[in-house]
Write a new protein. Structure first.
Length: 182
């Protein structure tokens, strides 16, 4: 699907796209000008005001991307994950869903992400397992993060968003040799 003509948008939406680095996801989102500002605000909150540690947030996001087969999402959030210290072992675990070799908090978040994707809920035992590592605020933010990125992946896949022509604001981050999460 073609990207909308950004010059035909109101100035505030043009600014919203450029202030987010003109990434293709934000450009394509402008096909929904009435919802775009709200989507951008929620996305900013999930990334910038999330109470989860950055590495756990990115582990969950990359897992959602893999489950949804959203290559765009995986590409960007594996890079962001590496920037915030997500280990190569955790990046690989997000691809497979196997928590083997991860720290207990990472394993709990990865497993909870899959449960949310499969069953759309967590049972009491699963919540209790997470609450051994997370605050209630962090658990709430995890559920919101997983749900938000399901929406994002549905959008990316439906509109066929790719990285073609993008220059991410963080650059492409090469895998860090020996980067271990503990």
């Amino acid at each position: 699907m073609k990207y909308p003509d950004l010059s035909a948008l109101p100035a505030e939406l043009q600014e919203a796209v450029t202030s987010h680095g003109s990434l293709n996801v934000f450009r394509m989102l402008m096909h929904s000008p009435n919802l775009a500002k709200g989507m951008l605000a929620l996305g900013d909150a999930v990334l910038r005001r999330n109470s989860l540690p950055d590495t756990l947030r990115e582990l969950a996001i990359v897992r959602v991307g893999h489950v949804y087969k959203a290559e765009y999402e995986v590409h960007h959030h594996e890079n962001i994950g590496r920037l915030v210290g997500l280990s190569e072992q955790a990046v690989a675990a997000a691809a497979t869903g196997s928590a083997q070799g991860l720290s207990a908090p990472e394993a709990a978040v990865l497993t909870a992400t899959d449960r949310l994707l499969d069953r759309h809920s967590l049972n009491a035992a699963e919540r209790d397992q997470l609450l051994a590592f997370l605050t209630v605020n962090q658990l709430a933010d995890l559920v919101i993060t997983v749900g938000f990125y399901q929406l994002v992946c549905d959008f990316l896949n439906t509109f066929g968003v790719t990285t073609s022509g993008e220059t991410p604001p963080y650059g492409d981050v090469p895998p860090a040799a020996g980067n271990e999460e503990g």
